[in-house]
Design a protein around this ligand. Structure first.
Ligand code: FAD
Length: 398
């Protein structure tokens, strides 16, 4: 391999580029990214950047400052197509970049409520531009409606409360985060937000968003009520950024489908939020993971897989790990959980809002979640990787 191309100049792509060099790759590495910014970190976008604690330049990824990586940049230009036969990536500026090895790391884009994209006062938070536009709007806002109480929505609600704004958090499910963590944990998260003054509206969706007489958005809920706001933030999930790969011959199904080693086609790997692969640590469950650490780890693994060439390559089999900060609560999750998994609290209590809970399936522990008990999640993460049984875990909590 002489020419590597990385599409997606963010966490997974930059780690892939770093790893190629760390493993001794001396050929060319071209990094393509459709954003104009120097690659940056996303987690602070819904936290320190929104509260005003951090300035944008603090978000720059360390790898983006490393001249020794000897990267060729194509920044501010989107990849528009992939020709697997000719082994080229088409760019929006008309160029066709030839490659011997390709890393796909285009991440994901936010879902919008239909008809609201571009409407004044309606925001999403995925990019630095999104977050700086929202922060500017919050500077003069008094009332914010956050639609969707997933991790991003819940963090945005907490950041807005830190700024002293009136916040309404709207969630169609019975509890925040219920689709990921189930209702018992979701109920605790809802209480934490209520205690911090958020108006939490559960089991109700958004019917429409109109523009009020003062020019601000007015959110009509499907229970017939309306909430006027100065800013609306939509946090209803993301869609993997695979549009540019349509018709390429790669298998696309809620992401770029890879084998267990991250290979999507000969000489083509995928990593981070955009990639789906069978994770052998979870019985080969085909998954796509939207976590910060995963993007880094999979980016590194995918680069090593490229360098392994025609060899079999190693399976990528992580126990995913995630954190979220909301007020003074630190949430940590290790594993892959579903709302219908078995559930048991093994330390602390839900009432104290400081606890560790386990999730189990088929006799195994598949996940550990903690609120303000991070060390335990790290211990359980290792135990989950070792195949910790459900009964053993409950008998002997670690
Ligand atoms: P991305 O970071 O999405 O990067 C993909 C890049 O590819 C983007 O720059 C995109 O513009 C570019 N791109 C897309 N299409 C094209 C194209 N056709 N051509 C060229 N470039 C293209 N995770 C946690 O574990 N904990 C947290 O607390 C946490 N907080 C978060 C807060 C926010 C606001 C967000 C948005 C994410 C958060 N995450 C968190 C998730 C984490 O940041 C992501 O999992 C991670 O950024 C994924 O990295 P990635 O490189 O796969 O994709």
């Amino acid at each position: 391999m002489e020419r590597a191309v990385v599409v997606g100049a963010s966490l997974a792509g930059m780690r892939a580029a770093e790893t190629l060099r760390a493993e001794g790759f001396a050929g060319s590495i071209t990094v393509v990214g459709d954003e104009h910014h120097v690659p940056y970190d996303r987690p602070p976008l819904s936290k320190q950047l929104l509260t005003g604690e951090w300035e944008p330049d603090r978000l720059t990824l360390a790898a983006a400052r490393r001249d020794d990586l000897d990267l060729t940049w194509a920044r501010g230009v989107a990849a528009t197509g992939l020709d697997l036969g000719a082994r080229t990536v088409a760019l929006a500026d008309g160029r066709a970049l030839p490659f011997d090895g390709l890393v796909i790391a285009t991440g994901a884009a936010p879902r919008w409520i239909p008809g609201t994209r571009g409407r004044p006062g309606v925001h999403v938070v995925r990019t630095l531009d999104d977050a700086t536009a929202l922060a500017a709007a919050l500077a003069t806002a008094e009332r914010v409606v956050v639609v969707g109480a997933g991790f991003i929505g819940a963090e945005v609600a907490a950041s807005c409360r830190a700024r002293g704004l009136a916040v309404t958090l709207v969630e169609p499910l019975a509890q925040p985060l219920a689709r990921v963590l189930g209702e018992p944990v979701g109920a605790v998260v809802a209480d934490v937000h209520r205690e911090h003054g958020v108006d939490v509206r559960l089991g109700v969706g958004v019917a429409s968003i109109a523009t009020g007489p003062d020019g601000g958005p007015v959110v009509a809920l499907d229970d017939g009520s309306t909430v006027a706001a100065d800013a609306v933030v939509v946090g209803i999930g993301v869609i993997p950024a695979t549009g540019w790969l349509e018709g390429s011959g790669l298998t696309l199904d809620d992401g770029v489908v890879c084998d267990a080693t991250t290979l999507a086609a000969p000489g083509v790997v995928a990593a981070g939020d955009v990639a789906r692969w069978p994770n052998e640590a979870f019985g080969g469950e085909v998954m796509r993971v939207e976590h910060w650490e995963h993007a880094i780890d999979m980016g590194g693994h995918a680069a090593r897989r490229l360098l392994a060439g025609d060899g079999p390559g190693e399976a990528y089999r992580p126990v995913p790990w995630f954190w979220s900060d909301q007020y003074d609560r630190k949430l940590h999750l290790a594993g892959r959980v579903r709302p219908d998994d078995r559930f048991g609290v093994v330390a602390g209590s839900l009432d104290e809002r400081r606890f560790t809970a386990l999730y189990g399936r088929d006799g195994r522990v598949v996940g550990a979640f903690a609120m303000n008990m991070p060390a335990r999640v790290i211990r359980y993460r290792a135990a989950i990787a070792d195949g910790l049984g459900w009964d053993d875990a409950l008998a002997d909590a670690c």
